[in-house]
Ligand binder design. Structure first.
Ligand code: ZN
Length: 231
């Protein structure tokens, strides 16, 4: 029986839902984020605000919430040309992948997460990757996660479980999962305080939260929210 978890927590809708999932399930939960020079660095502030709101509004969860880790991954910006770290427009590449794809990003995130989980004695690594309606990032796929679980468990000689609660659901169901886990209060925290927009826009407030409203991340969040509230 697993009792401890490390959540890859970026401060967005998906990872906040994953955090709620972990807090409802495990006894000790830690969080981890990365600073890699992302254009939407505002998410680094958003994640602290979300943690604070969870501590204040969810007493049943607050006592389970342990350390938060933020790692400097500036090196990622030096090895990849991508619209997440450079000031270029979002577009699809000839590979069929959007130019927001940072090759190997999630592989690196998971490897570092496992290293921290090892040190902190955490058994489960929770990540909000999703194969259903995301941009087709190959490092978010279920097979990649299974391969990473095996590689990390073998390579560190410790049994890790990589848990992906959002893998097979769409964005509307992600909102629904948040509501099931934490009620309207959690939905409100997600709308008001999580950050998804690739451009880091915190000026424009929509029913579904803050963002430019036109980047791929905003469009996905908006569509999911509208489907969720229409149901
Ligand atoms: Zn946006």
């Amino acid at each position: 029986m697993h009792t401890t978890a490390l959540v890859l927590f970026s401060g967005g809708q998906d990872s906040t839902t994953c955090l709620a999932h972990a807090l409802s399930r495990y006894q000790r939960v830690e969080t981890m984020g990365f600073d890699y020079g992302q254009r939407h660095r505002v998410e680094l502030q958003a994640r602290l605000k979300v943690l604070e709101e969870i501590r204040q509004q969810f007493p049943d969860w607050a006592h389970k919430l342990d350390q938060d880790h933020v790692l400097d991954l500036a090196v990622l910006g030096t090895v990849s040309e991508t619209s997440l770290t450079r000031d270029t427009a979002f577009k699809m590449e000839a590979s069929g992948l959007p130019n927001t794809f940072v090759p190997g990003r999630n592989l690196l995130f998971l490897t570092l997460a496992a290293a921290v989980a090892y040190r902190r004695g955490l058994e489960v690594i929770v990540t909000g990757v999703c194969e259903t309606d995301f941009s087709g990032y190959p490092d978010c796929r279920d097979d990649t996660m299974k391969a990473m679980q095996l590689a990390l468990s073998l390579g560190m000689d410790k049994r890790f479980l990589i848990e992906t609660p959002l893998m097979w659901i769409d964005k509307a169901d992600t909102w629904r999962m948040a509501q099931d886990l934490g009620g309207q209060a959690l939905v409100d925290v997600i709308v008001e305080h999580t950050h998804t927009c690739y451009l880091g826009d915190r000026e424009h407030r929509h029913a579904w939260g803050y963002g430019c409203g036109t980047c791929p991340a905003c469009e996905l969040r908006q569509r999911g929210y509208e489907k969720f509230t229409a149901a």
